[in-house]
Design a protein around this ligand. Structure first.
Ligand code: ATP
Ligand code: MG
Length: 269
């Protein structure tokens, strides 16, 4: 099992009053090479769950339960162990690509820097590898774009660079929290397509978080539906979408654009 979250609870300390629990006992498993979609409206705890999985909860948070990555519990790791895990075992893709990018550094140099630090590549090899990664995420004219600054690129290109950075250290698990929400609809579909293609090609497990069930329906093998820190249901995406057992999931489905709903029904063999 790549990832096994077991009865995870997360609460935040408050200045006055008792801590507030925002995740109330979530359990979910993810196999190697599988894509898990996590869907739920704003405030349902999707980002807290992903931060917990990366060992990035703020200091005010308390977590209980287990988050086993390849059998090792993230929740009991030291900061040092966590640093080794992040990047090498877990790659992260953020909603706003600039979160992961340095605005004052050329994109190729940024990718190469991580490679030189973590994989001890020479300057030349790191640049060649950065170019290969930019081509892999389908940056057009990558050999020229490698020397661009982030602000010289479009949002979609920046997020492709974000994906390249997340993949640079060959992680086994990618966590993408609303990776396409900041992009135009057509660009969203392109970036999602690239992500989907790459994870299946490389055999990486993916946790894809979105409030948009249409996005999840497109690429997740399994889906977890969350609402206010609780699991509503989980299972194979097709099952969840065709035979939702929970009223909340039915509401999410009926809120999908008709075109997306039709494509779900059409594929009903
Ligand atoms: N640092 C924090 N301190 C206190 N409460 C927090 C903190 N971060 C998140 N929360 C609370 O935890 C709950 C879950 O938030 P979370 O950000 O995980 O929601 P989400 O599902 O990612 O929503 P969105 O779709 O808007 O991104 C919310 O009630 C939020 O207010
Ligand atoms: Mg969020």
């Amino acid at each position: 099992m790549m990832l096994s979250v077991q009865d995870l609870r997360v609460s935040f300390a408050r200045e006055y009053g008792d801590p507030v629990e925002v995740i109330h006992g979530i359990s979910v498993d993810l196999e190697k090479g599988e894509t898990l979609g996590i869907v739920g409206e704003s405030g349902s705890g999707k980002s807290v769950l992903s931060l917990a999985t990366m060992g990035l909860l703020p200091r005010t948070a308390r977590a209980s339960g287990k988050i086993l990555l390849d059998g090792e519990d993230i929740l009991t790791m030291s900061e040092r162990q966590l640093c080794r895990v992040r990047g090498r075992k877990i790659g992260m893709i953020f909603q706003e690509p600039m979160t992961a990018l340095n605005p004052s550094m050329r994109v190729g140099a940024q990718i190469a820097e991580g490679l030189r630090l973590n994989r001890a590549l020479s300057r030349r090899d790191a640049r060649a590898e950065a170019l290969r990664l930019l081509e892999m995420v389908q940056i057009p004219r990558a050999a020229e774009r490698i020397d661009s600054f982030p602000h010289e690129m479009s949002g979609g290109q920046r997020q492709r660079v974000g994906i390249a950075i997340a993949l640079a250290l060959e992680p086994e698990l990618l966590i993408a929290d609303e990776p396409t929400t900041a992009l135009d609809v057509t660009v969203q579909a392109e970036v999602l397509g690239i992500l989907d293609e790459l994870v299946s090609e490389l055999g990486i497990s993916l946790v894809l978080i979105s409030h948009d069930l249409g996005v999840i329906a497109r690429i997740a093998d399994r889906t977890l539906v969350m609402y206010r820190g609780d699991e509503m249901e989980q299972g194979e995406t097709e099952q969840v979408l065709r035979r939702p057992s929970h009223e909340y999931t039915r509401k999410l489905i009926s809120a999908l654009p008709g075109r997306v709903r039709a494509s779900l029904e059409m594929s009903d063999g």
